[in-house]
Design a binder for this molecule. Sequence first.
Ligand SMILES: *Cc1c(COP(=O)(O)O)cnc(C)c1O
Length: 419
Amino acid sequence: MNQENKIKTNPNINKLINKCELKLKDIYDEIDEICEFNSKKVLESFWNNHISEVHFNSTTGYGYGDIGRDAIEKVFADIFKAESALVRNQFISGSHALSTALFALLRPNDLLLSITGTPYDTLHEVIGIKENKSSLKSYGIIYDEIELKENDFNERKIIEYLKKHQVKVIEIQRSKGYSTRKSLTIEKVENIISKIKKVSPKTIIMVDNCYCEMVNKKEPIEIGADIVVGSLIKNLGGGMAPNGAYIVGKKELIELCAERLTLPGEGIEVGPSLGINRDFLKGIFFSPSVVKSALKTAVLTSCIFEELGYDVEPRYNEKRADIVQNIIFHKKENLIKYCEGIQMSSPIDANSLPIPCDMPGYDDQVIMAAGTFIQGSSIELSCDGPLREPFIAYQQGSLTYEYGKLAIMKALNHLMDWD
Ligand SMILES: *Cc1c(COP(=O)(O)O)cnc(C)c1O
């Protein structure tokens, strides 16, 4: 075997990892406990909906009478404690589902308000923050945003705003995206939703839940959100779903989303699952455990880099809202080097080098390491970052903890030039 194709075990790194794993014991126990809780939730939802082998069958063409697809949507609705769900392979991505929901809920002259500052990069052209002929803005939909304050909602400003304006939809993005803020815990989201409902009960509260599913025991519908959106090549796909996204929430809102995704008059009744039902079911089944592995990999990364003197966010012992781990490199070369290391440690395309480049929907050049079974999957171990100050790596995922740990070892060796 070629020496390069071996994982070198640097004694210093081994010692460091052992030390961190000892220190992380209680945190790992907590993560295990959440996984058990969420696994129970998933299993019971399978039982409630009598999931059976027939649900692995699929439809083609229009997709009428796709009982597997319909059962999967009931399972998702149960897990989220929502009235209804739209779980489709016709969604290209999480961003597509978010775009679909926004176009479904908003009409000309309606006001959309983000209360978590500027939304995720791919939504800029959807909303019209960046000019696009097909944006919400081009249809006369008005947009405004309120920045976070000290990593929490700016409650005073939000409430004042709602007293002055008729807001149709509020968008809350829990995970940080490519920003430098913290991701928002379910407790913080719960607090602001309860305050919003008091002053503006008719405003629809939409949560971008990407990367946050199964990280805690509660999901956003349980704490008052009206509609929740996420990707299936992240947490809830469990590494099994080959594409797709979900929207869950109030029945009337899900119907609007379905009519935007397909067409008015056919809505949720159509959409062939094209052989994907088994993978979606396996994905949701595995997701509590895959999220557990991703979380442990994130916590370990945080602990190791902190020990090595790097800035990290969140710290290993902070309460987590999502599976994303930041390492703040301050140096462009180090960000690139670490991403290279993660690519080199992947099961797929380990011999390719990630190169920073322009990406559709993103403003800065981005470097993306993802040697994944599913293209762009970020529930599989992946690491990326825009090439701008302070050169932050956004690392997330890992289908198993062991592969995550091995990858960190190899990436560290590469970063430190020990390999
Ligand atoms: C990943 C992500 C999305 C959607 O991304 P896709 O790559 O389009 O699936 C949206 N919002 C946030 C915060 C995300 O992390």
